[in-house]
Design a binder for this molecule. Structure first.
Ligand code: PEP
Ligand code: MG
Length: 572
């Protein structure tokens, strides 16, 4: 039995499919003659990036270990310059019109055969060096999608060292019934994506890939964050019972779907849904959400070689807007970067990506991409009740600049006589300490605020949200976080603005009363979580919740917070 971090709820029992960290499934694709040049550029870029990466490691080794120890890296760099690798691959792509991965793999297989014929230990080792280099280039070429995830033959539980959000979205629910990874955190986008796909998952297990073999029976308990390898029949029966119990509880909660989210003393609260893909809309309705508080729009950019067109984005937004009518839909402009890396922009992987060129920063670097998205949103705004929200705003100037670009797009549309909602609301995500501390200024210039606690907590407490080693330090109830949240809500209310929360904190029933008591207007979360939060809202009175919030905010002892929460738990 291994204990990890519960990432996505549910219990599943199935067979393990070990996704080897370095194994690649290379498929052969025919390249259109017009795209051959582009394919070669893609290959050269992957080689150049690998060289940069190796050079970086070499510099580090040189500094830390001295000259004698960098010969291996020199050899690697020479392999990358080798004409066999460079020219033969380009030649094969050009002449046979095949994809670069396939050409590289074929050329490499030829080299390996030659090395294997010669019975010489030294040369065999060099063969392994070439394999390592080739794998690094392949990894970059394939970076965005591990093809095998989309094509698994039968229902399996995927065991992997790491799964990126792009890997996760490539999973087909029929084939992947659950997953478990060595690394990762509760609020990573991989965990969030698993909830969207309703795939039970446990992350941060540290070494599960070393303990599981292909075909092992595995139990994933995504509620408790437990994985059991090769369980005995008694354990399987026990988990079958728990699975049933869990689905009964879920069914019972679903009875609340059509009931309003009002407190026991008749105060309305908005319970909205977070979605990652439009396919989630039926689940949004089935769980009784009365709006979408966060549409993460990044996924349309992942697992593809080009950028999504304005039309493609428009179709998505218009369809979501129509299906959600008359409820509001907050479209968060794209938040690429950090753990949702895209090679398309030609940016090398960053050393500290969560603090790098992410979200609105990336949009400002590529205004064309940003404006294309804004145009798509504005065009779709006549189809329903759409709102725009900017992520990762750190200062008022960024909000103003984003609005300037929005204004430019509006003017273009006006000139083209394309209609859009002239009164479309524009909100700001508060997910950095800087924006939290100037929430009063931002609130004056925005139509609404939404607290992104996933990032707010990681940046305030300096705890990487995807790093299992520091997961125990990721504390939503840290006094600093509680104070910041209160400050943001008050700042919004002082100028009559609506304040929501779309981070995972809004989905955790243990925080519902405190947040209610602080005056939060809207809770937005994975559709699956809505019924259980509604149950708490309906059984709590705002007066009690306010008292709880006051007591928690007044304490100076971290350890007191949970005691106060417990004291109020049974109170209506
Ligand atoms: C957040 O940071 O809380 C948030 C909702 O945005 P994301 O999880 O997509 O970073
Ligand atoms: Mg965020």
């Amino acid at each position: 039995m291994l204990k990890g971090i519960a990432a996505s709820p549910g219990i599943v029992i199935g067979r393990a499919f070990l996704l080897e960290k370095e194994e690649f499934y290379i498929s052969k694709r025919t390249i259109d003659p017009a795209d051959i040049k582009q394919e070669i550029i893609r290959f050269r870029k992957a080689v150049a990036e690998t060289r940069e990466e190796m050079d970086g490691i070499r510099q580090k080794a040189l500094k830390q270990l001295g000259k004698r120890h960098v010969r291996l890296f020199d050899a690697y760099l020479l392999i990358l310059q080798d004409p066999i690798i460079r020219n033969d691959v380009t030649k094969m792509v050009t002449e046979q019109k095949v994809n670069a991965e396939y050409a590289l793999q074929t050329v490499f297989d030829k080299i390996t055969k030659t090395f294997n014929i010669i019975d010489d230990g030294y040369l065999r080792d060099r063969g392994r060096d070439i394999l390592d280099v080739v794998k690094r280039v392949l990894k970059r070429l394939l970076g965005r999608e591990r093809e095998e995830l989309a094509t698994l033959p039968s229902p399996v539980i995927v065991i992997a060292h790491n799964l990126t959000p792009a890997d996760t979205i490539a999973m087909r629910k029929e084939n992947v019934i659950g997953f478990a990874t060595d690394i990762g955190g509760r609020t990573s986008h991989t965990a969030i994506m698993a909830q969207s796909l309703e795939i039970p998952a446990v992350v941060g297990l540290k070494n599960i890939t070393k303990k599981v073999k292909l075909g092992d029976t595995i139990i994933i308990d995504g509620i408790e964050g437990i994985v059991i390898i090769d369980p005995d029949s008694e354990t399987v029966e026990n988990y079958e019972r728990q699975k049933l119990k869990y689905s009964n509880v879920e069914e019972a909660l679903k009875k609340l779907t059509d009931l309003p989210a009002v407190t026991a003393d008749e105060h309305n609260v908005e319970l909205h849904a977070n979605i990652e893909v439009p396919e989630e809309i039926p689940s949004v309705h089935a769980h009784g959400a009365t709006g979408i508080g966060l549409f993460r729009t990044e996924y349309i950019y992942l697992n593809r070689a080009d950028l999504p067109s304005e039309e493609e984005q428009y179709q998505q937004y218009a369809s979501v807007a129509r299906k959600m009518m008359p409820y509001p839909v907050i479209i968060r402009t794209m938040d690429l970067g950090a753990d949702k890396f895209v090679g398309e922009f030609g940016i090398s992987p960053e050393r500290n990506p969560f603090m790098g060129l992410r979200a609105i920063r990336l949009c400002f670097r590529y205004p064309y991409v940003f404006k294309t998205q804004l145009r798509a949103i504005l065009r779709a705004s006549v189809e329903g009740n759409l709102k725009i929200m900017y992520p990762m705003i750190c200062c008022a100037k960024e909000l103003r600049h984003a609005n300037e670009l929005l204004e430019e797009v509006k003017n273009e549309l006006r000139k083209e006589e394309i209609s859009f909602d002239e009164n479309i609301e524009v909100g700001v995500m508060i997910e950095t300490p800087s924006s939290a501390l100037i929430a009063d200024i931002l609130a004056r210039e925005a139509d609404f605020l939404s607290i992104g606690t996933n990032d707010l907590i990681q940046y305030t407490l300096a705890v990487d949200r995807v790093n299992e080693n520091v997961a125990h330090l990721y504390k939503p109830l840290h006094l600093s976080i509680l104070r910041l949240i209160k400050r943001i809500i008050d700042a919004g209310h002082q100028v009559g603005k609506h304040v929501g929360m779309c981070g995972e904190m809004a989905a955790d029933p243990s925080f519902t009363k405190i947040l209610l008591g602080m005056g939060l207007n809207e809770f937005s979360m994975s559709p699956l979580s809505i019924p259980k939060i509604k149950k708490i809202v309906r059984s709590t009175s705002l007066t009690t919740a306010r008292e709880l919030a006051n007591q928690v905010l007044a304490t100076s002892k971290e350890e007191e917070v949970n005691k106060i929460i417990e004291k109020f738990e049974a109170l209506p």
